[in-house]
Design a protein around this ligand. Sequence first.
Ligand code: NAI
Ligand code: MG
Length: 502
Amino acid sequence: MSSVQQAASSEPRKYQLFIDGKFVDAESGKTFATPNPATGEPLAEVAEADKADIEKAVAAARRAFEGKWGRMSARERGRLLFKLAQLIEENAKELAELETADNGKPIRESLYIDLPQVVENFEYFAGFATKIEGETIPVSGQFLNYTLREPVGVCGQIIPWNFPLLMAAWKLAPALAAGNTVVLKPAEQTPVGAMELARLIQEAGFPDGVVNIVPGFGETAGAALASHPDIDKIAFTGSTEVGKLIAKAAADNLTKVSLELGGKAPNIVFADADIEQAVNGAMMGIFFNQGQVCCAGSRLFLDERVKDEFLEKFKEKAEKVKVGDPSDKATQMGPQVSSEQLERIKSYVGVARAEGATVFVGGESPVLDEKFQKGYFFQPTIFSEVKNQMRVAQEEIFGPVSCVITFKDEEDLIRQANETIYGLSAGIWTRDITRAHRFAREIKAGVVWINTYNMFNAASPFGGYKQSGYGREMGKHAIDLYTQVKSVWVDLSGKPIGWFGK
Ligand code: NAI
Ligand code: MG
């Protein structure tokens, strides 16, 4: 029997909170419904955590941190994480189907991108548990000085809906590898994956309270977690707007914060690029996951000399993207996650027109079969004649909407590319290697892709410059976010301290 419930069941699924190793109702008894974004039909009924439940979860995480977990060896923590990775892999098909039902992303993405990366992250950090080391420092005098790298403590983690399971993995895996305990709040739009993960965490044998998962809304459960005085660290992925609220709430308790926020990435095509490859890269940059990607290449900068050739090919391919039933393996784009997101994207079509941009491709919801008429679908869309200072080029639309801007030369390009409050990622398409590496230095962004886009690996750091946030997730840098350094001094001389003792 698989641990994960089948996605196909017609009855809405039911989920409780996961606190102190047990599945429990919310203190208030409240629940909320989460729909399948492809059909608008209810998918699950989920217990709704609020302040009282956050209190319980934080207390459980504190007890676990002070208890058995805190004394567990790194090897044992690593083995639990490996076990969890294995359980996820065994249930990957069911988890992918549920992820698609909850978020709307095409099954080919859930199955072949999200789930493998979830497993990869748990495996990578499982291996890291035994490699977290201190240092010995060559100080002056007769002393041994060394550092201990210790867990931060109880971590609050708030994640978004665009990669529900993968964001849970990015947050949980390094925190647990380093020996912390966690209270994780999934997004209200997509709580299902995290609740299934809770079952697997229980099955893997993590001690009670090490991981607590509390679905609920941002303004209530999220805010209670971010402002909780007994949280040692808060990690957040989501909008820049809420990131600022989190940082403010954390300031009162001086809780450590890491933030992974919005983006408006430049994806740049020079005249010497392989145009076919660059068109495919532009598509990957903006249509992947319905454009609901913080590092989406949403500002497409085209060299004036290749603009016409590029746009002709881009239009042809964008119009062929298969939009529809996300559970169909041939589907390339599913619905947006929610009606709010769909409305937000639609409103930007009006903004673009009012600002003088052209709706070159798409710009509407597609006409689909009866079954999907209540779904939150939107066509692959390209705005041309965009100027970098327009709102559509400066604000995160978070949909399958490419804004095409042209440039004359490299200097003109760099200036425009950096003219944004964000700095999460950037892409460049060119055969000129000196230009590519020069660009990598001059762009203010945390990730740069050269002749590729949206590449990730658990070993490679990810995070933002400027208002895209601070801290780096994945790789060894993630361990820095979840550990603190203690410096220990030992006298080796055996003599009393002379200063006052004489
Ligand atoms: P959001 O930032 O409000 O939500 C992300 C998470 O934060 C959710 O778990 C939510 O419950 C929680 N949250 C919301 N308000 C909170 C508060 N006051 N205190 C603590 N936690 C809180 O994002 P939303 O409203 O879903 O989407 C709005 C826009 O944000 C999108 O259109 C997109 O531009 C951006 N966004 C960016 C993401 C990224 O990956 N960087 C992910 C999701 C949204
Ligand atoms: Mg919000």
